[in-house]
Unconditional design. Structure first.
Length: 122
C-alpha cells in the first residue's frame, strides 16, 4: 500500500499533583493556549480542552509517528515547565504521574466533544 490513512482520536484526562485545586479561570486562560500550542508542536490537533480546578480533559488526534505516552509526556512537561518558569502561580505547579486515555470512534467524537465542553456543568 503506497499511502496510509491514519485517523485516531484520543480522550485523555490528567490531574494536578495530589489533585490540588490549582487551575483557576485565570490559569485556564494561560494553560489552555499552552496546551493547544504543545499539541500543534508535535503534530497533533487538539480539538477541545476543558476541565475543573484539579484535572483536565483533552480530545486530540494522534499522529502515526507518536505514541500516546510520548504525546502526553510532552504536553504535561512543557505546560508545567512554562507555568513554573513564568511564575504564573505562587506554588510549584505539577501534573500527577499517569493519565487516562481512551480511543474515540468517529461516531462518538461529537458526544465526547460535548462531554468535555460541559465539564463545568457537571
Amino acid at each position: 500500500m503506497s499511502h496510509s490513512y491514519y485517523n485516531v482520536w484520543i480522550h485523555a484526562v490528567f490531574t494536578t499533583k495530589n489533585r490540588q485545586h490549582l487551575i483557576t479561570r485565570e490559569i485556564e486562560e494561560i494553560l489552555y493556549p499552552l496546551l493547544y500550542e504543545g499539541f500543534r508542536e508535535i503534530g497533533c490537533k487538539l480539538k477541545i480542552v476543558n476541565g475543573l480546578s484539579d484535572h483536565i480533559h483533552c480530545l486530540f488526534s494522534l499522529t502515526a509517528n507518536r505514541s500516546i505516552a510520548e504525546v502526553l509526556k510532552h504536553i504535561k512537561g512543557t505546560s508545567s515547565h512554562m507555568i513554573n518558569q513564568n511564575n504564573i502561580i505562587d506554588e510549584k505547579f505539577a501534573w500527577q504521574k499517569g493519565y487516562a486515555a481512551f480511543s474515540v470512534s468517529e461516531m462518538g467524537l461529537q458526544n465526547v466533544y460535548q462531554y468535555i465542553k460541559n465539564q463545568k456543568n457537571k
